[in-house]
Design a protein around this ligand. Structure first.
Ligand code: OXD
Ligand code: MN
Length: 597
């Protein structure tokens, strides 16, 4: 029981529908976390890692049919279909609730229903927001403990106020004599549904990541994007980093990149340029509000990292590795003989005698992968060796620059600066990327992923762009962050990456900060401003012959081919498309044609 009548009534109503064996109100304590881990070990969901590896950590292996976000089963159930827009699956709220009510009926039999009151953002921050998740999964409870702020203090702040309601069931009821399975889920039915108008989430059938940890993608992006539209702020799929130059001047940058494009690596980057320092505020989501000073201020609504494990190593992300020394939950990684986890590229030498994520024997040289490509770690953000001291500042940090990015092997230069806020919105709106394993589906195909929000925008994407455009009226345009498009993934004719990436990306951040400070040179091109010759610091960097020219070159023919693709993309939004964005496509084409002459 809480002091919130709406909450109590809802918990009783859901318990009556789902029929759990018992109801547990989460207090967010360490004892509760430990109890969840014990339950998972007892049911075979988790195995503890050896104490001398990463103390207090476990490995969880899911069912192979439940390994990633299921975008084709994700719905935005607004009253009007057009309010969900052409990029979201839609069903009318009443119809979806009727279907789901039957699925949820009795779905928690034999299980405990956990009530998780959580805050997205520091408890009590003016930018934070409260939700409650009801779930029958101890894996979800343990992960929510790490990823959000859970417990009684949240209820104190909530008082009798409103909250986002998240209902989740793995959809695997147990009869009196049924044994539990290591990864309960529902093979037949999966639904990840959002009711933006009533701030509700109903998620059925999956226990994995963003499908089940409802604070993350469902609340902090899909529902929050609608709250942000209604209340005049921004809920974005962005990392937040703090950059300090050799003179000690600090700048904060956010960056939107599609899933599994190296966001966690960029958020924790170790700069290769002398005297520069990067610290982390967040690696996945930024909530930004105009502060009293007229500047856009960002908080990280999360309290942990749910990062992609494969590819993470001392070489690619030493700070992520440094965060993973204990108290972590690993999902779908391999286990070594000495009781540690392992994933592809974690070490130069693969281990001998491991067990892969499918619990099969695996050894160096085995053809298939040891870890699932979307294997994850969940770890408290405070364990990150470079977490910025102000990462929990309730007022947020003032943002100087916003990056958009994608995985583009051709056409898009290493870095381009937008001419102004509307152009920056255009850059974000037209961002494209080659797909990765973070979502179920084909990997490596180009898809438009506006602001990296394609799977996460809770309303019509054209209205969302319009919302972005309004920020020029909400504050003085000079106070808004500058906008950049970056692409670390260009390849040369030999198929090799032209840019080394990782820590070397600090060179691009340096140019951006110098632009913000007004000291770096740029040249105007039809697509935006790129570094002037000599403006990008490549001191000490070994690039292949001609690589720098290719990295900064504006491929006029390639971009002329891109324009019709942008128009096709915009056409999907009909007359909801902001006219100023359509005009920017025309401007782009015009200046490309002039440049071609
Ligand atoms: C994530 C994602 O898990 O974007 O962060 O898929
Ligand atoms: Mn993400």
């Amino acid at each position: 029981m809480s002091r919130n009548a709406m909450l109590d009534a809802w918990v009783s109503e859901v318990a009556a529908l789902c029929g759990p064996e018992r109801v547990h109100w989460c207090d967010g304590s360490k004892a509760e976390y430990d109890a969840m881990i014990r339950v998972m070990i007892q049911t075979g969901t988790a195995v503890p890692l050896a104490d001398d590896t990463r103390p207090g950590s476990v490995l969880v292996r899911s069912h192979p049919a439940d390994v990633a976000r299921v975008e084709d089963r994700t719905y935005i159930c607004s009253t009007n279909k057009d309010d969900a827009g052409p990029t979201n699956n839609w069903m009318a709220p009443a119809e979806m609730k009727a279907t789901l009510t039957e699925l949820f009926r009795g779905s928690m039999a034999g299980r405990t229903m956990y009530v998780i009151p959580y805050s997205m953002g520091p408890i009590g921050s003016p930018i934070a927001n409260i939700g409650v998740e009801l779930t029958d999964s101890p894996y979800v409870v343990a992960n929510m403990h790490i990823m959000t702020r859970v417990g009684s203090a949240v209820l104190d702040v909530l008082g009798d106020g409103g909250f986002v309601r998240g209902l989740h069931s793995v959809g695997a009821p147990l009869g009196a004599n049924d044994p539990d399975s290591p990864w309960p889920h529902n093979l037949e039915h999966k639904y990840i549904c959002h009711f933006p108008e009533t701030r509700e989430i109903w998620s059925f059938g999956s226990g994995y990541g963003g499908n089940a940890l409802l604070g993350k993608k469902c609340h902090a992006l899909r529902i929050a994007s609608v709250q942000a539209r209604d209340e005049g702020w921004l809920a974005e799929h962005m990392l937040i980093l703090k950059l300090t130059n050799p003179e000690g001047r600090v700048h904060y940058i956010t960056g939107a990149f599609p899933s599994a494009c190296g966001k966690t690596n960029l958020a924790m980057l170790t700069p290769t340029i002398p005297g520069w320092k990067v610290e982390t505020i967040g690696d996945d989501i930024a909530w930004m509000k105009i502060g009293r000073d007229g500047r856009l201020r960002a908080i990280n609504p999360e309290a942990g990292f749910f990062g992609v494990a494969p590819g993470t190593s001392e070489a690619t992300n030493a700070n992520a590795m440094g965060s993973l020394t204990g108290n972590a939950i690993f999902t779908n990684c391999a286990m070594t003989e000495d009781g540690d986890v392992w994933w592809e590229q974690m070490t130069d030498e693969a281990p001998e005698g491991a067990t892969d994520w499918l619990r099969r024997p695996w050894s160096r040289g085995t053809a298939r992968k040891a870890a699932h490509p979307n294997a994850r770690f969940t770890v408290p953000a405070r364990q990150c060796p470079v977490i910025a001291p102000e990462w929990e500042d309730p007022e947020g940090v003032p943002i100087d620059a916003i990056l958009f990015g994608g995985r583009r092997t051709s056409t898009v230069p290493l870095v381009t600066e937008a001419f102004d806020w509307t152009h920056g919105t255009f850059m974000g709106a037209t961002a494209g990327s080659e797909t990765t394993a973070a979502a179920v589906g084909a990997v490596g195909q180009l898809r438009r992923d506006p602001m990296a929000m394609l799977p996460f925008c809770g309303y019509n994407m054209a209205d969302y762009w319009n919302h972005w455009l309004t920020f020029e009226q909400r504050t003085s345009p000079a106070k808004l962050p500058r906008v950049y498009f970056v692409n670390w993934f260009l390849k040369g004719p030999d198929g090799k990456f032209l840019w080394p990436g990782y820590g070397e990306n600090s060179r691009v951040l340096k140019w951006i900060v110098e632009r913000v400070e007004g000291t770096a040179e740029a040249v105007d091109t039809p697509i935006g401003r790129v570094p002037a010759p000599g403006a990008l610091d490549i001191d000490g960097l070994q690039l292949a012959d001609g690589a720098l020219e290719r990295l900064l070159d504006v491929d006029i023919e390639g971009w002329l081919n891109e324009v019709p693709l942008i128009r096709d993309h915009f056409a999907k939004f009909g007359d909801r498309l902001p006219t100023s964005l359509a005009a920017r496509a025309d401007d782009l084409e015009r200046s490309l044609l002039v440049a071609q002459e």
